[in-house]
Design a protein around this ligand. Structure first.
Ligand SMILES: C[S@@+](CC[C@H](N)C(=O)[O-])C[C@H]1O[C@@H](n2cnc3c(N)ncnc32)[C@H](O)[C@@H]1O
Length: 201
């Protein structure tokens, strides 16, 4: 019997609204590194709709095999096999890219990992390349909604290192990594879509 493909209902719900925004930012033939690609549903949907984007997925060594089940099943010329990449690796084993995308990963990984995420993005993005991040954030220490506050509690009960991140803190990390803030879009289901551009070295 074939292994069932990993599935997330949230990805089904948000993939079109995310794609609409990606399409306004990415150039026709951009190469995108996705960090923490999870089930691969976003990657397959985006790569199908924009066949000239080269979509390179990655996830932690323990998650990359299940991700590759969906990628192999999709058989898309612009969606190569995912690479094993933990943001805490000193060297990210991939080429520099025009854009880096990550959804719902910063509130899952530890705060140290979020710091390493931004440091790695700073090293890995080409000049003028974009960082596109989707997920929930706190502003001025406050959750945007009651349901995000409950979500944060649930995350921390599941794993104490997880938690909804402070917008101001990630802004500081991004600045330190040579990223210039471009925009913050409010998204459905109490999420944000943040965009930065690599300007410094
Ligand atoms: C909630 S899932 C999100 C998956 C997918 N992006 C989505 O939107 O459904 C969080 C992802 O972050 C990844 N992740 C957690 N820690 C990581 C790390 N240190 N380095 C890279 N990815 C990490 C997990 O393996 C997982 O794929």
């Amino acid at each position: 019997m074939n292994n069932p493909l990993p599935f997330s209902q949230a990805c089904e719900n948000n993939k079109q609204v995310i794609l609409d925004l990606l399409a306004t930012h990415l150039a026709v033939s951009d190469s995108v590194l996705e960090i923490g690609a999870g089930t691969g549903q976003h990657a397959v949907y985006f790569a199908e709709h924009f066949p000239n984007w080269l979509w390179q997925c990655s996830d932690t060594p323990s998650d990359v095999d299940s991700l590759n089940l969906r990628i192999a099943a999709a058989q898309l010329h612009n969606l190569p096999s995912a690479i094993a990449l933990d943001v805490n690796q000193a060297h990210w084993n991939c080429a520099k890219s025009n854009a880096i995308y990550s959804a719902n990963s910063l509130h899952i990984m530890s705060a140290d990992s979020v710091e390493n995420f931004f440091a790695g993005v700073g090293r890995q993005l080409q000049e003028n390349g974009l960082l596109l991040v989707y997920g929930p954030f706190k502003y001025g220490g406050d959750f945007t909604t009651e349901s995000n506050a409950r979500f944060d509690l649930w995350l921390k009960q599941r794993d104490p290192v997880s938690g909804v991140r402070d917008f101001e803190w990630v802004m500081k990390l991004a600045e330190g990594a040579g990223l210039e803030f471009i925009e913050d879009n409010a998204m459905p289901a109490n999420n944000q879509f943040l965009v930065w551009k690599k300007t410094g070295n």
